[in-house]
Design a binder for this molecule. Structure first.
Ligand code: GDP
Ligand code: MN
Length: 385
């Protein structure tokens, strides 16, 4: 789960982080009230969307008067950024920026650490800095067990800041970043830019936090912050139904039991020149309700031309699976019109299962191998997507 700027700033502020002052608004009325409340100019108006590069897209504007702020705020609220309509606007007291830094902490799975990353080239896309002059980024792996020692934080801060007093302030911020990542179970806490203002203070002007979904149960307060204006409804609905679903860009709907098999299925589809429309793991059971929900979610995507079921019987017997599938297809019959379904079932009693599917009177195409099924699906989807 992602916390976008306004949420990340709230959370960081509650952890004692120095954060730019701002108010979240949804429309012009609220904007006018927020401006009255802030009573200071210039302000910066910032589109709240879950994508980066808002500045370049015109979603961040400075305004020096109330009129200008209302006008620019109105414009931003009617924008779309990378296809996402702006529904929220953050009105913040503009910081008089002397210098911008990058600071972030990210879960490094390979090293099994949290890794602090800092750069004096803040404000811009850090991936770009990493590509063009990686020497401008300093990284420090931090052991999960031992944490970040004061001397380590200071050493990194002295690399980042020229001024001694600033470096000591910076060291406290780096420690707070580590603390934030640990207490929030975050896989990323990024402040870009961290700004040196005219008063010599360090302030977070932009922030982003990625939370580990598998640890969200420990943070009900954070889960409640899920912003339904920007979440993918299908993915949420799937999660509630015990399915794991990720929408992709192709036209072959996939319905698979087991995450590994789902990955393999997507690979094989791509191998034969097709594009999967989704990753979907229906899990161990083939309860008809689960299959119905899965089909329902897949079929909402108008790009889906064909559905490929790739089911590995395993402990569940294939004839049981087939019975469940037939029930589900009966329920979804009308929605499935014009969408061919290719099924590969393998495991115990697969022959019985295939003949049950064949004699069900449903327009199903049964195949024997994963490759055959993928080829068939790609062909029915009209070849390369
Ligand atoms: P992003 O483009 O989505 O990463 O949005 P940011 O919030 O990082 O803003 C992009 C850039 O806009 C920053 O790097 C700053 O240069 C500028 N900016 C943002 N807020 C302020 C502010 O309060 N004062 C000034 N002077 N510039 C700002
Ligand atoms: Mn930024």
């Amino acid at each position: 789960m992602k916390l976008i700027e306004y949420q990340a700033k709230e959370v960081l502020s509650s952890l004692g982080f120095p954060v730019q002052t701002g108010i979240l608004v949804h429309n012009e009325e609220e904007l006018a009230r927020a401006l009255d409340q802030l009573q200071t100019y210039p302000v910066v108006l910032k589109a709240q969307v879950p994508v980066g590069g808002r500045g370049k897209a015109g979603g961040i504007k400075l305004a020096s008067t109330r009129e200008e702020a209302l006008e620019k705020g109105r414009a931003i609220l009617s924008m779309e950024i990378k296809g996402i309509p702006v529904r929220k606007l953050l009105v913040a007291v503009a910081v008089d920026i002397q210098k911008e830094y990058y600071t972030g902490i990210v879960l490094d799975r390979r090293n099994q650490t949290l890794t602090l990353m800092v750069s004096p080239e803040g404000g811009v896309d850090i991936e770009e800095v990493a590509r063009t002059h990686p020497e401008a980024i300093q990284k420090l792996p931090v052991s999960m067990r031992d944490g970040l020692a004061d001397f380590q934080a200071r050493e990194l801060a002295f690399w980042l800041f020229d001024d001694r007093k600033l470096a000591l302030k910076g060291a406290r911020i780096l420690k707070a970043l580590f603390h934030a990542a640990r207490t929030l179970d975050a896989t990323l806490v990024e402040i870009n830019p961290l700004v040196l203002d005219a008063q010599g203070e360090l302030v977070a002007v932009d922030a982003k936090i990625l939370l580990d979904d598998n640890a969200l149960f420990r943070h009900p307060d954070l889960e409640r912050r899920r912003d339904m204006d920007y979440e993918n409804r299908e993915e949420l609905e799937a999660r509630e139904a015990g399915l794991s679903f990720v929408r992709l860009d192709g036209n072959i709907g996939c319905c698979v039991n087991g995450a590994g098999l789902a990955m393999a299925t997507m690979d094989v589809i791509k191998y034969y020149g097709g594009e999967p429309a989704n990753f979907l793991d229906i899990g161990g059971s083939s309860r008809p309700e689960k299959v119905v929900k899965a089909l329902d979610i897949i079929l909402r995507d108008p790009r889906v031309k064909v559905i490929y079921f790739n089911i590995f019987g395993g402990i569940t017997r294939c004839d049981d699976v087939a019975r469940g599938l037939i029930q589900a297809f009966e329920q979804m019959k009308t929605k499935l019109e014009g969408k061919p379904v290719v099924i590969r079932l393998t495991g115990t009693n697969e022959a019985e299962a295939r003949s049950m599917l064949a004699s069900s009177g449903l327009p199903l195409i049964t195949v024997e191998t994963m490759a055959e099924g993928a080829q068939k699906a790609v062909e029915l989807a009209g070849g390369t997507a």
